[in-house]
Design a protein around this ligand. Structure first.
Ligand SMILES: [Zn+2]
Length: 136
């Protein structure tokens, strides 16, 4: 895919950049001497890294996020606690209804909006020369 901005052929799919730039790691690395070719930095540094390592470019190329449901059990829990301890089923019911509405919106988003965004992302390219992101 040729870049529409600068006509460079040095382009990559966002999905490829994201996959190659994101690694799930758990390592301990020891670095000696100076880094980055600048000549600065003396001695050694021990870095313990765990979790997700992501380059700047990979985060720029990240896919569109799905709406999360992680908070749903919390809302349900709060609604039950209020209903039981404050003995107001009404208030608990309102909170549960609000939670249900937000969950429904998230569900609709993931079902109706998200696939289109993901398709667009899968068809998107990044120009390694000028940084333009474009869709085929
Ligand atoms: Zn370009």
């Amino acid at each position: 895919m040729e870049c529409p901005q600068c006509k460079s052929e040095n382009t990559q799919r966002l999905s490829i950049i994201f996959q190659s730039g994101t690694q799930h790691i758990s390592t301990t690395s020891t670095t000696f001497g100076g880094g980055g070719g600048t000549g600065f930095g003396i001695g050694s540094a021990t870095t313990t890294t765990s979790g997700k390592s992501q380059s700047y470019l990979a985060s720029k190329a990240a896919p569109p996020p799905k709406k999360s449901y992680k908070w749903v059990p919390l809302i349900v829990f709060i609604a039950i606690v209020i209903a039981v301890y404050a003995q107001t089923v009404l208030l608990g019911g309102i909170i549960a209804a609000i939670g249900g509405y937000i969950a429904f919106k998230a569900f609709r988003y993931n079902k109706d909006v998200y696939p289109g965004l993901r398709d667009l992302w899968l068809k998107s390219w990044h120009c390694n020369k000028c940084g333009t992101i474009y869709t085929e």
